[in-house]
Ligand binder design. Structure first.
Ligand SMILES: [Zn+2]
Length: 250
C-alpha cells in the first residue's frame, strides 16, 4: 500500500504548485464544511478532477457512497467550492465539488468498525490450541440466545449457512475491501443482499454450526484475509462501542 502522503507531496502529486492558488483557504482558517483528514462520502456519481474547476480533466468518476479523505482545500473556482480528496478505495487523488459531498465521520455512514454485541470476550483473536482463530468470540449468558447483534459498519449484508463451521451466519461487505462476519446465529434480522447501516439489527446470538455453546463469532477481513481485532479474554464489550483500531483502509 502507498504511504500516507503529507500535504506537500499530495499537492505535488496533483500537479499544483505548493504556493499561490488564487482563492485557496488554508486549513485552520475560517469555518469550513470539512477538515483536513476528515472522511467524506460522495452523495451521487461524482467527477473528481486534476485541479479545482470545471475545465480541469477528470481523473475518476466515483460512485455514490464512495469514501475519501480530505487532503486539501477548500478553494472556490467556477462558482463551486472544491476539496482535494484522496479516494481511498481506488487510491486516486482529485478535486470534487462540496455540494455533492457529505461527512462520513459519524452516524451510519461512518467507517469505524464497532463491537456488534453486548457481552464478554470468550476467545480472542489469534492462535489457540485448536488452531488459528481469525476473529473473536463474544458471549452473553445474561441475555442468552437471541441477544441482538448489530452491523459493525455500513455495507451490504448477506445470509448464509455452513453446518460444519459458522452455522447460520451473516457477512457484510463494506468499502475498501473490508468484510465483517457474524457466526453461529440463532436468527437472521436481514435478508440476503440487504443494505445496512452501522448499528442495524442483523440477527440474534445462537449456537448453530460448529459451536460449543451460544456465542457470536465476529471476524473482520480485508481482501479475504483476517484482520486482527484488539481484545483480551474476559474483556467486556458494548454493542456499538469503538474497537481501538483504525480500519480505514490505509
Ligand atoms: Zn470464533
Amino acid at each position: 500500500m502507498p504511504e500516507k502522503l503529507n500535504r506537500r507531496s499530495i499537492v505535488k502529486s496533483l500537479g499544483i504548485a505548493a504556493t499561490g492558488i488564487a482563492g485557496t483557504a488554508a486549513f485552520g482558517g475560517t469555518a469550513s464544511a470539512f477538515t483536513d483528514g476528515e472522511q467524506v462520502e460522495a452523495t451521487t456519481r461524482l467527477n473528481t478532477r486534476k485541479r479545482p474547476g470545471t475545465e480541469s480533466s477528470v481523473v475518476a468518476t466515483v460512485n455514490a457512497g464512495e469514501v475519501g479523505e480530505i487532503v486539501n482545500g477548500p478553494t472556490d473556482e467556477d462558482g463551486y467550492r472544491w476539496w482535494g480528496i484522496h479516494w481511498l478505495n481506488r487510491d486516486v487523488w482529485g478535486w470534487s465539488v462540496e455540494r455533492y459531498l457529505t461527512s462520513a465521520g459519524g452516524g451510519s455512514a461512518g467507517t469505524d468498525i464497532v463491537w456488534p454485541m453486548d457481552g464478554i470476550i470468550s476467545s480472542d483473536y489469534g492462535q489457540r490450541s485448536s488452531g488459528f482463530h481469525g476473529g473473536v468470540d463474544v458471549d452473553n449468558n445474561v441475555t442468552g440466545v437471541g441477544t441482538p447483534i448489530y452491523a459493525a459498519r455500513a455495507g451490504t449484508a448477506y445470509t448464509a449457512y455452513d453446518s460444519g463451521g459458522y452455522g447460520n451466519y451473516v457477512y457484510i461487505v463494506h468499502e475498501n475491501g473490508y468484510e465483517t462476519e457474524y457466526g453461529h446465529l440463532n436468527s437472521f434480522a436481514v435478508s440476503d443482499g440487504q443494505r445496512v447501516s452501522r448499528g442495524d439489527h442483523i440477527g440474534g446470538m445462537g449456537n448453530s454450526g460448529n459451536s460449543t455453546g451460544p456465542h457470536l463469532h465476529f471476524g473482520i477481513e480485508r481482501n479475504n484475509s483476517p484482520k486482527p481485532i484488539p481484545s483480551d479474554n474476559y474483556q467486556t464489550v458494548s454493542a456499538l462501542g469503538a474497537i481501538q483500531k483504525d480500519y480505514s483502509g490505509l
